[in-house]
Design a protein around this ligand. Sequence first.
Ligand code: PLP
Length: 345
Amino acid sequence: MGTGRLHVDLSAIVANWRALAALARVECGAVVKADAYGLGAVPVAQALAAAGCRRFFVAVAEEGAALRRSLGPGPEILVFAGHMAGDTAALAEADLVPMINSLDQLTRHLEALPGHPFGIQLDTGMNRLGMEWSEWAAVAEIALEQRPVLLMSHLACADEPDHPMNGYQLDLFRQMTDGTGVPRSLAATGGILLGPDYAFDLCRPGIGLYGGLPFDHAHPVVALDLPVIQIRDLQAGEVAGYGNAWQAQRPSRLATVSGGYADGIFRALTGRLTLWHGETPCPAVGRVSMDLIIVDVTDLEEEPESLTLIGPQQGIDDLARAAGTIGYEVLTALGSRYARQHHAA
Ligand SMILES: *Cc1c(COP(=O)(O)O)cnc(C)c1O
């Protein structure tokens, strides 16, 4: 069984997409960058396309080209990185829409692919990607003549509803785009939850589709059981794992489980990680190693064949909290060794 089976519930992803679209009350695309946050961009996008999603966002052109091969013509695929040097062939062949981020990118795009659709990303204060006010003011007229398909910006603090940055970015986005007549997009998952002012014409959720915060009404999407490779019984005083970092305080039964930091079980979870056998919590002991963790199963009545890392007792954001990170990183770190099993929508 190797490193365990990662169950991905496509029907939950579709239900989350519908729920977010209902909240937004405008067209809802889907962000499937980083292999759909590690869950498999092809099956995820196919399920969402079958449910009616027409627009998919990826980070870079290579991801878009791979997605186009499996989705076929039809759905729009937009690329956040825009038109980078070396992207021209991929953008043309795979019919991708770059989100142009700068005057340099605009020049490159209009020269290399005249007439090829593009959008424009505007920076409203995050200082990450997109044209800021002065750059946009200088090129807006030329850019708008070429009829961009979308004007978008990204919120820096949308997961904090009371943060003054949200209103600031909203106002600035309006000032930069009012009267252009071009469809607009501002909200990712967090922005949708800020309310209808943030919805504009198109929303672009990612994490909320995959069951993560800040969408706290999301259906859980991921389940992960790790197989037990070996079980052993220790006497009080014996030690386990690298560095002898754990010592048995009582006669103990330990299960060695397939899965480690190479599979996204962060080493920083050492001392803070719990796996589950049904309703029974089983603490991991000793240091998380690359391929293995050791779990104290003394309190179980039977020898377990597998233990649950992600499931009803422990979601991705619980794991994230224990590791001092966010659900996004837990998902994208899950790694390539798990067999991903997609359950039909
Ligand atoms: C990743 C990303 C999204 C999706 O954000 P979520 O918080 O996962 O919903 C939307 N827009 C941009 C520009 C992004 O980089």
